[in-house]
Design a protein around this ligand. Structure first.
Ligand code: ACO
Length: 324
């Protein structure tokens, strides 16, 4: 028998304010037609003034804890993925820790931009497999609206705010690819591509928060090939085929990236969970937001083989295979 991380609860939170493409077209020179055709995005949620990443993260975490039927006091590891923390330090995770009543264990942030949730999940899974944690809370939370250049139509239409969370529990399993829980996680980065997607500020360089900058076409090209590569790696590591996957819960960057990756893997688009039309790209929050939506509406069921994948700035990319 080996230790596996079972997903025993999930939850999400979206800020109340919904901004349509028509509203975006009043801010920058764009149109609903252009945004829908190039990205599949129709609307996004934006955080209210004064609402911070920790607020979104705490709301999602509380829902995940409730779904798991546990209290924050039972959590012994909290990993929060964000590129938009409340402060330079301390970690936003420690703020969430205190708000959910988690008094022991360890809480910290990790930063891998849009791949952040896969990175956080992988870290928590490895803590659990090593016996260093028994109950982990993994959160992806972002307020990307705060780092967008609202005069740059090439980027400001693409992103939204939100948070998603999962509770993982250690459980002994036989150690086969039929086990329940996280079967494997796979992480990659290639820092040579820094300049294709980055924020032009930071405490150690400009002493400002900065704005997101992106070479969209280049990011697109790398996204499809990197995602196809890491998905292939995850399947091979478990002796499974694309056909065995019940659902893919991909990072929600762009409808065309989702379709391109599905085609490359030979996966039917109807097995993809898609939220990008209503959430836009919420970076580290997108995978757990989409996951929680598909659990709550009954699409994801016990026993399903689910593939999570993401790619983001750095570049970073990764995948996780999970049997629910
Ligand atoms: N509205 C109208 N026109 C626009 C807009 C807009 N919002 N944004 C750009 N344009 C114009 C450009 O100015 C350009 O005009 P020009 O030909 O007169 O110069 C034209 O549209 C084409 O611009 P491109 O940037 O070449 O458009 P492209 O087809 O590449 O689409 C997009 C842009 C949607 C950003 C695409 O490159 C993309 O999706 N890239 C992936 C980026 C991504 O998803 N990043 C998220 C973070 S990374 C991740 O999560 C994977």
């Amino acid at each position: 028998m080996i230790l596996r991380s079972r997903i025993v609860g999930c939850g999400s939170y979206l800020p109340e304010r919904v901004v349509s493409n028509a509203e975006m077209a009043r801010m920058v020179d764009t149109s609903d037609e252009w945004i829908v055709e190039r990205t599949g995005i129709r609307s996004r949620h934006l955080a209210a003034e004064g609402q911070s990443t920790s607020d979104l993260a705490t709301a999602a975490a509380q829902r995940a804890l409730q779904a798991a039927g546990i209290t924050g006091a039972e959590v012994d590891l909290l990993v929060l993925a964000t590129a938009t923390p409340d402060h330079t330090f301390p970690a936003t995770a420690t703020k969430v820790q205190s708000r959910i009543g988690m008094t022991g264990g360890a809480a910290f942030d990790i930063q891998a931009v849009c791949s952040g949730f896969i990175y956080a999940l992988s870290i928590a899974d490895n803590f659990i497999k090593a016996g260093q944690a028994r109950t982990a809370l993994v959160i992806g939370a972002e307020t990307f609206s705060r780092i967008l250049d609202w005069t740059d139509r090439g980027t400001c239409v693409l992103f939204g705010d939100g948070a998603g969370a999962m509770v993982l529990r250690a459980e002994a399993q036989p150690g086969t690819n039929q086990d329940r829980g996280i079967l494997s996680t796979h992480l990659h980065s290639d820092g040579r591509h820094h300049d294709l997607l980055y924020v032009d500020g930071g405490p150690s360089t400009t002493q400002t928060v900065g704005h997101l900058r992106m070479e969209g076409k280049e990011v697109f090209r790398h996204a499809v090939s990197n995602l196809a590569q890491v998905v292939g790696e995850a399947l091979e590591a478990n002796g499974l085929k694309a056909d065995d996957i019940t659902w893919v819960v991909p990072h929600q960057a762009n409808r065309r990236i989702l379709d391109g990756t599905a085609r490359k893997l030979g996966l039917p688009p109807e097995r993809m969970v898609v939220t990008v039309d209503r959430h836009a790209n919420t970076s580290a929050a997108s995978v757990p937001l989409a996951f929680a939506e598909a659990v709550n509406d009954g699409r994801l069921k016990s026993g399903d083989l689910v593939l999570l994948e993401a790619m983001g700035g750095g570049f970073t990319w990764g995948a996780a295979l999970v049997r629910l």
